[in-house]
Design a protein around this ligand. Structure first.
Ligand code: NDP
Length: 486
């Protein structure tokens, strides 16, 4: 059985308390390993190591030197691709066919993209007139923000963690990462890769544990962390924001969503079905950008529902190693309880179950896994909790609409504002509607098409701040203005 330790100051270390918890494979319920749980002592050691590294070699390196090392980190992930794939799929149960296309390649890309960006970014400069006629010159310089606390979720563990660690390190910061307790493995593998790539000790640290009253809280309460970048639930984001308020530390929050898909009668139905199937069911519905509310223009409603049902019933449920499988389990039995409570709520609220609604029959060796059926409902009221709350499972509710205005109003009716997908072949309508949707990201005739140079983040209760491209620099650096009187 694996023993999963913290990675602090370039070494794998256990907890002084000896406290550990189980890492469980959600495909079969078996224990993969025992994870050390960090107390305040380990979190403090990690923060101290990060602070020392900031003052040491990492802080003194040029951008070009750092970028070279980060390229080696990306290459190191690629060289150990199969190990990362195995680890990510053990922790999450997701199909290898998915993780080999998304999670691991993006994990590596996150280092190269931001390393290259930093080498090429320009700063502003202003010439200024002064009363004596001599003038002044202003120019901006960027400096690392300092020690960054990185708190990440379990749905895309390596991808979402490196999405923060990549730009943070490229900008010259040092990090202390707290991965979700469900998915500790790839963060540790990355420690090995960092070591081999020549990242100095203390630049990248990992502490394992839970959120509240554990490693997560100890990290957000630590006075010597300069800023926090967090991806997870909106409620947790509020808690972290409160903790970060002490000492006026900055936060970047990528939070929950209840994203709408809007399907107009003038859409290309094949594209809309293919995209909505992915957006509702990929990663077993555990994607923050996923579509849980689908609004379909009435003339094509019946056809859309029938075709989405057929698509959902064609998904192949199976474990990560099954090459034909494209639908894995949920991350844990605990999360399945939550998802199934919404499946029950849908029945209580009078939904028509178009497909799914329960737990699939699985062979005996997988019966202990967190399996759940892909599920589609119609007929719920707009105020049902199933339609208003983030479920984070493989399910969606489909509702008809009669006008563009109604569709926009429905899409904007919730306090979330993360992402939206519009399906139409009318380009004027696409621009018009996209401009009115209250969300940080709007896709037209696609979903999860990501250019890492673009802004990523949520509006309303889906987050604060934007990451991606130069927007990551805004968070991970301190922009200083130098004013020179000539
Ligand atoms: P959680 O908010 O439960 O947890 C996220 C991380 O925060 C975990 O590492 C967790 O630790 C930690 N944590 C929990 N409580 C605290 C606390 N009090 N102080 C410090 N850290 C804490 O989210 P999930 O892991 O359940 O992830 C799913 C959520 O993430 C969904 O809401 C989804 O929408 C959102 N998400 C948003 C994205 C976006 O870009 N906007 C992208 C992906 C997901 P532990 O797990 O050990 O409790």
């Amino acid at each position: 059985m694996k023993e999963i330790k913290h990675y602090i100051n370039g070494e794998f270390v256990g907890s002084a308390s000896g406290r550990t918890f189980e890492d469980i494979n959600p495909a079969n319920g078996q224990v993969i390993g025992r994870v050390h749980e960090a107390g305040r002592a380990e979190v403090d050691a990690a923060v101290k190591a990060a602070r020392a590294a900031l003052k040491g070699p990492w802080g003194k390196m040029t951008v070009v030197e750092r970028a070279e090392i980060l390229h080696r980190v990306a290459d190191g992930i690629t060289a150990r691709f199969d190990e990362f794939l195995e680890a990510e799929c053990l922790d999450t149960g997701k199909p290898k066919s998915l993780a080999s296309h998304i999670d691991i390649p993006r994990g590596a890309a996150n280092f190269k993209v931001f390393a290259d960006l930093l080498k090429n970014v320009a700063n502003e400069a202003f010439e200024m007139a002064t009363p004596d006629g001599a003038g002044a010159l202003n120019y901006g310089v960027r400096r690392p923000k300092g020690v960054i606390g990185v708190i990440s979720p379990w749905n895309l563990p390596l991808l979402l963690m490196t999405w923060k660690v990549g730009p943070a390190l490229a900008c010259g910061n040092c990090v202390v990462v707290k991965p979700s307790e469900e998915t500790p493995l790839t963060a540790n593998l990355l420690g090995e890769v960092m070591q081999a790539a020549g990242v100095p000790a203390g630049v990248y640290n990992v502490v394992h544990g839970f959120g509240g009253d554990s490693a997560g809280a100890f990290l957000t309460e630590h006075a010597d962390v300069d800023a926090y970048t967090f991806t997870g639930e909106t409620g947790t984001g509020e808690t972290i924001m409160r903790a970060a308020a002490k000492g006026v530390r900055q936060v970047s929050l990528e939070l929950g969503g209840k994203n709408a898909g809007i399907v107009f009668a003038d859409c290309d139905m094949d594209k809309a079905i293919e995209g909505t199937l992915r957006s509702a069911f990929a990663n077993c519905g555990q994607v923050c950008l996923g579509t849980e509310r689908v609004y379909v223009e009435r003339p094509i409603f019946d056809e859309f529902v029938a075709r989405l049902k057929a698509g959902a019933e064609n998904l192949v449920i199976g474990p990560p190693d099954d090459a034909s499988s494209n639908f894995g389990p949920l991350v844990s039995l605990k999360h399945r309880e939550k998802v199934l409570s919404y499946y029950q709520q849908a029945l209580d609220d009078g939904a028509s179950v178009i497909t799914g609604g329960g737990v699939p029959d699985m062979p005996a060796h997988l019966a202990g896994g967190a399996w759940v059926q892909p599920t589609i409902w119609t007929g719920l009221a707009d105020d049902s909790a199933v339609v208003t709350e983030e479920i984070f499972g493989p399910c969606c509710h489909i509702r008809p609409f009669d006008s563009e205005e109604e569709a926009i109003e429905l899409a904007n009716s919730l306090p979330y504002g993360l992402a939206s997908a519009i399906w139409t072949e009318n380009s004027s309508r696409a621009h018009r509607v996209a401009g009115q949707i209250e969300a940080g990201i709007v896709w037209v005739n696609s979903w999860f098409l990501r250019d890492l140079r673009t802004a990523f983040g949520g509006s309303k209760q889906s987050g604060i701040g934007r990451e991606g491209g130069v927007h990551s620099l805004e968070f991970y650096t301190e922009l200083k203005n130098v004013c020179i009187k000539l």
